[in-house]
Write a protein that binds this ligand. Structure first.
Ligand code: GLU
Length: 557
């Protein structure tokens, strides 16, 4: 169904775009360099005979934090664009002034940057179709709304909030508990259908008004979704949506269509929650005379709560103990902080990899993909229709795999900052890297590194005495007193050298080396965890090892 699955891979910069040539035939059509079969419906083959540069967009409203579902939408758009040598555009849909939140736009840009999914055009970098903020394109929309009125596809409505409420009250019934402003009720409201031209002209100058789309009656509005196939809606179920608001701003429905057209968007991948709006958009494309330019739609499946019941909402995360936003988001008004994957200790590569697999796979068992592999292998046809259940444990698994896979240098600075925030300053980068290498197998999140390795940089103050007390004795004490001297006299302080000195001395004392390892670990770490104890001794050095043994022996007394 998707036209692009077999085309445009391997660096082609243009892919053919569906044009309105439909031929009814059941015969197989041969493809050639200039003519490709794009989509096979029963007896309908779509051909393309024109090429168009792929242009996709992410069009968030700057109303708060960026949900992981939003980042996945970005990712699928981005992968598709890059796969086809196309452009990925960021457009800020800020026409709803009531929901505008200061700082949200910059936050979205920062999130995309952290994920490495940077747009080719956007409000922060400009581009040939600027401005990329809808509030700055206000004048563009009105002319299209007026054109729709002129062509009979939209109308002026003067109803006040009180009148709208009264209408809903009046027509409320058991079968229709929430009456809509639609083909049935519009005839009884104050609008350019029910009023004479003179009165309308007068009111336009005197009163606030909106422009509403005139939804047709008894019409099936259908389109082919790249994931869902044929999708069809009855126009009767949809109200006469407001297109232009009383404040002169367009609503989302008008702005999204006008901008997708003006910005030459070829494919629009967005969340499933927008599917019910699609018939309004399809009709607007048709009414504005742009039908042949309409992008291909793909409505991405929802991301579900871990138990599979319902959409994963921004509130779920902190409630269930995991982040839902890409990065920490602090609401500028309430001051409320909603946590993000970045600050939780995720690598962007792992976050992106995990998101790609939420609703998509390449058909193999492979789970770890870097961005170039994803770009090569992604195909919108393999995105599932059903919702994808979010699993935080699996997300952590991805992060662990990426921590092991990525060179330490790639995330060393992030971990260093975490150490510094927690009161440990790192002065020797080389030994820091060695320590990170030593403990990385034990770390699932970047924030785990501090807990897994702080003792390399700071002697423990408290010691888990309870762990060794029952088996502590004079012979062991003598062993460690002598071991201090042995270590002090070693030619080199490599892990293996310390280990063999330790074992030789244990043999001389006739104590099983294994019985001495736990006390030694408690001396160096303070507790029963950490990488091999001789690696720790080697890393902290001879002087520090002796000092910690001494400190501990004093406490064991
Ligand atoms: N402004 C919409 C949003 O906030 C965009 C939906 C679309 O991509 O059409 O998600």
């Amino acid at each position: 169904m998707c036209p692009n699955g077999s085309l445009g891979r391997g660096g082609m910069s243009f892919i053919p775009h569906i044009y309105a040539l439909h031929i009814c035939t059941s015969a197989l059509i041969r493809t050639s360099a200039h003519l490709h079969i794009l989509s096979a419906h029963p007896h309908i083959y779509y051909f393309c005979f024109m090429t168009k540069k792929v242009r996709v967009r992410f069009a968030p409203s700057p109303t708060g934090g960026l949900h992981l579902g939003g980042v996945r939408t970005v990712l699928f758009n981005y992968l598709f664009a890059k796969q086809h040598g196309g452009d990925f555009i960021l457009r800020i849909e800020d026409t709803d002034q009531n929901r505008f939140v200061a700082g949200a736009e910059q936050y979205i840009i920062d999130c995309l940057n952290w994920c490495g999914l940077n747009p080719d055009e956007g409000p922060h970098i400009g581009g040939p179709f600027a401005p990329y903020r809808q509030s700055e394109r206000k004048d563009t929309y009105r002319q299209h709304a007026e054109q729709l009125v002129h062509d009979g596809h939209a109308y002026y409505a003067f109803d006040t909030t009180g009148e709208l409420d009264a209408m809903r009250e009046k027509f409320k019934s058991e079968s229709d508990p929430q009456p809509q402003y639609n083909f049935f009720h519009r005839n009884q409201m104050r609008n350019s259908f029910t009023m004479g031209n003179d009165e309308v002209r007068q009111l336009l100058m005197e009163q606030p008004y909106v422009i509403r789309i005139k939804m047709p009656q008894e019409e099936q509005v259908s389109f082919t979704d790249m994931i869902r196939g044929e999708v069809s809606f009855s126009s009767n179920t949809i109200d006469d949506k407001v297109l232009l608001k009383a404040d002169g701003m367009p609503t989302y429905h008008l702005a999204v269509v006008v901008d997708d057209y003006l910005m030459k968007i070829t494919h629009a991948f967005r969340g499933e929650e927008w599917l019910p709006s699609s018939p309004v958009h399809i009709l607007l494309w048709k009414y504005l005379g742009w039908q042949t330019e309409m992008p291909q739609w793909a409505h991405l499946p929802l991301i579900l709560k871990p138990d599979g019941h319902g959409k994963l909402s921004k509130r779920d995360g902190d409630k269930l103990g995991f982040p839902v936003f890409a990065m920490d988001w602090k609401d500028p008004e309430s001051g409320e902080l909603i946590s993000g994957f970045k600050e939780k200790g995720f690598l962007p590569e792992a976050f992106v990899n995990m998101l790609a697999l939420l609703g998509w796979n390449d058909g193999s068992e492979q789970e770890i993909f870097n961005i170039s592999e994803l770009t090569e292998k992604f195909s919108i046809e393999r995105v599932h229709k059903g919702g994808a259940r979010f699993d935080f444990e699996k997300a952590k698994w991805f992060n662990h795999e990426w921590i092991k896979k990525q060179p330490v240098q790639d995330w060393q600075l992030t971990v260093k900052k975490d150490f510094e925030d927690k009161g440990i300053s790192i002065t020797d980068e080389l030994s820091f890297i060695k320590v990170l290498e030593l403990v990385k197998d034990r770390c699932t999140l970047l924030t785990d590194f501090h807990d897994q390795s702080w003792f390399f940089f700071k002697a423990p103050e408290t010691l888990d005495l309870a762990a060794i007390k029952p088996k502590w004795n004079e012979a062991k004490k003598q062993f460690f007193l002598e071991f201090e001297e042995v270590v002090g006299a070693l030619q080199d302080a490599e892990s293996a050298t310390i280990e063999s000195a330790f074992k030789d001395l244990a043999a001389a004392y006739n104590i099983k080396a294994g019985d001495l390892l736990l006390p030694f670990r408690i001396m160096l770490v303070g507790a029963k965890f950490g990488p091999p104890v001789f690696d720790i001794a080697a890393a902290i050095g001879v002087a520090q090892t002796i000092e910690r043994i001494n400190y501990a022996l004093n406490h064991f007394e």
